[in-house]
Design a protein around this ligand. Sequence first.
Ligand SMILES: Cc1cc2nc3c(=O)[nH]c(=O)nc-3n(C[C@H](O)[C@H](O)[C@H](O)COP(=O)(O)O)c2cc1C
Length: 210
Amino acid sequence: MTALDQTILNRRSIRQFSEEIPSKDLIESVINAGRLAPFAAASSLNKYSRKFIVVSRANSILMELAEIVKKQAQKAFEELSRQIEVVPGLKERANIFMGRLEMVMKQGPLGIGTAPYYIVVAEPKGIPDAQMQSIAHCMENMWLKATELGLGFHLVSMTGQMGDNPDFCTQINLPVGAYKIDGCAVGYPAFGLPPKPEYPSISEITTWFL
Ligand SMILES: Cc1cc2nc3c(=O)[nH]c(=O)nc-3n(C[C@H](O)[C@H](O)[C@H](O)COP(=O)(O)O)c2cc1C
């Protein structure tokens, strides 16, 4: 097994963190891995325009951001509740997501304030709309690098709903509505690796045309 195989195998969503704060150098290594991930060149005038915003738990902005996300979750919940009344079958499909929104409304967003670092990745909106895929590549590189460095990492995908939120964008100095964004939480894991989810075998999920 190569070092890369091992890192891919060890990658997990780590959602509980110890009090220990990773050094700025370690966080920079994680960002560097994201910096070098592929980007949607044709959608961004062939220009590299990915940005990273790192907010540490020591900065009071973090709690402001958590409050803003909480309010946004409330709005999204109310909007979905209205749609459920008129769109057949939506209730069943939206059920799990609405449960998540309720959790954010009650407890705040997991990863914003619960980890030493919350990192937002931002790319200017382009044509075609490929920025979320581009950011996902960046996140995966960061995730694997964090794993290799012994850091815990989880996605904070509520961040994806915040790019048009004026309060959120103003707090992190991004122009409102101009960027697609996503976020992640990073710190040292509080516990060992959680069990790997059950995966189907390659043959079960692969169709070959040879
Ligand atoms: C698009 C996407 C969004 C996700 N959003 C979140 C999130 O907001 N919070 C979280 O804790 N995990 C999030 N996850 C992580 C998944 O729940 C997780 O990867 C999956 O359960 C498998 O577990 P593992 O990451 O430990 O292998 C997300 C994963 C993907 C691919």
